[in-house]
Ligand binder design. Sequence first.
Ligand code: IPE
Ligand code: IPE
Ligand code: MG
Length: 237
Amino acid sequence: MTRLPRHIAIIMDGNGRWARKRLLNRVKGHERGAETVRTVVRTCREVGVSFLTLYAFSTENWERPQAEVAALMTLLKRFLVGETEELLENNIRLNAIGQVDRLPGDVRETLAKVMSVTARNTAMTLNLALSYGGRTEIVEMARKIAQQAKAGAIDPEAVSQDLVARHLYTWDMPDPDLLIRTSGEMRISNFLLWQIAYAEIFITPTLWPDFNRDELLDIFRWYQGRERRFGKVTQPE
Ligand code: IPE
Ligand code: IPE
Ligand code: MG
């Protein structure tokens, strides 16, 4: 595929509704959602996407019932352990963004292990947003820059868009070209607030557990037809 997005970000939403429609526990929806993650990672790797960022758990999601949070953490750990081999085989680097230190100790350890064994992989970065909040990310960036300014290491006049970007969790990645949200909600839910300034946005009514390879490929085709102007005008022929 040509004119592919280099970086895709996905708000994986609708697991709870998927389960509810079937009179199942929400956790069943999250389990099925994990299957979709596998499919989407494979498809992105196959077509040649360089960065895939998945919104897996937000800072606000900590306020869900404790049993659901615990189930999500268990699933996350299971996913990390279960996928390590495939990540290695496919030359995929795992990265995490967010307040990772808030995750339970065993999840943190597993995450660190998988990140370290895949650190040298170069074909694609699978970037998991875990305990991620866009506003928190911006606050942390401001704090780091303010501290450096106070220490005399940065001149306030030198604060630029580039400097800000280099102090975000995504400092080593390009901005997302394409943002997908499943399950039809027309909102951003505190995801990558700075980075999506010029992302093309695609919202599908499909619930995350029902999202599949064919729909993702259709969205790539839609993306290929987008005219990205970045605020400028297209020159007439
Ligand atoms: C997305 O599905 C998964 C997470 C937020 C962890 P939801 O759990 O938000 O599903 P809905 O929105 O209730 O259907
Ligand atoms: C966004 O979904 C967060 C994740 C996908 C992890 P939510 O379900 O938490 O967001 P809201 O509540 O619909 O805004
Ligand atoms: Mg939701």
